[in-house]
Write a protein that binds this ligand. Sequence first.
Ligand SMILES: [Cu+2]
Length: 355
Amino acid sequence: MLFKIYKKLVFISSLLWCLSSSAQECCGDDCECGKSDISPAGIMNDHTHEKGKWMFSYRYMHMNMSGNIIGDKNITDNDVYAIYNYSMSPSTMTMDMHMLMAMYGVSDRFTIMAMASYNTSSMNMNMFSSGSSMNMPGMSSDVAMPNKQSISGFGDTKVYGLFSLAKNDELQIVVNVGINIPTGSINAIAFPGINNSLRADYIMQPGTGTIDFMPGISLLKHNSNFDWGAQLNGTLRPFYNANGYHYCNEAIAEIWISKKWNNWLSNSVRLETIANGGIAGTDASLITLMEPSADAANYGGSKAYLFPGINFYPGTFLSSDIKLRFEYGFPVYQYAFGIQMKNQETLIANLDFVF
Ligand SMILES: [Cu+2]
């Protein structure tokens, strides 16, 4: 489904490209327009702004998951029940994130960035012995366990300082340090109205509950024929949250190339690799054997995704600095610590305004 939407976007962009022959040229030789525009939709913190400039961004991310893996092997619902003793097996899950970002150039080299998010996670589960329904843990025997849940809420807030080590037409190097402020809930209820005391799984909670530190470094290189970039991001999580656990450290490496076809259209391909340590500690209120994502042992692992992308700069027509970027991602490698749902596809849409 998402792939069809993506194909439509590519088609619409190509159509607009054809119309662009009548568009005015926005850049001369000495204009930076276009040269700093080379990053794909899923990349942030790769640039700084000039002193006094603001940028506002809205980013939407949709992820689809289905089926289960252990390590890099597919397993069936029956394996989840019979071999690993869980009562339920997740079948599909979607995550939707709406992110609002603001950047401000404190000086020509130093920019601050803040990001807030609103997240919705929905999960469908299959139950052992389908046909007879399972009882809600801790409830009278006539309360049946629902087989789907959906949780929405504000996520954590992130604040970054970005410092530009190099900033010219050919090369940009930016180092950043961020802090995660745990504004998202870790106490969302799994089935509100049916059981108001059972907390949702780790993966369903909108927040992480911990203050974390996020260092990173980005490199952008502009060549005459194409641009490329690379980024390394870490998340260091030394503290436990109020519910007795924390997500472990994470490292993300990105590398991408992009090709600018004209003043307002480019394509990109990005490879993202993620290594994640899982969860330390446990939320003791969760019933570990209810389903795999209620078990802290089933988190973490390594993943690699490929993201073809398309970037559109309508500011060329509107004489303002606007970017509209899309990426469609699919996994090329997934290794899960324990049992996890398999990522199937990710869609990212990003709208940026610079003032
Ligand atoms: Cu910016």
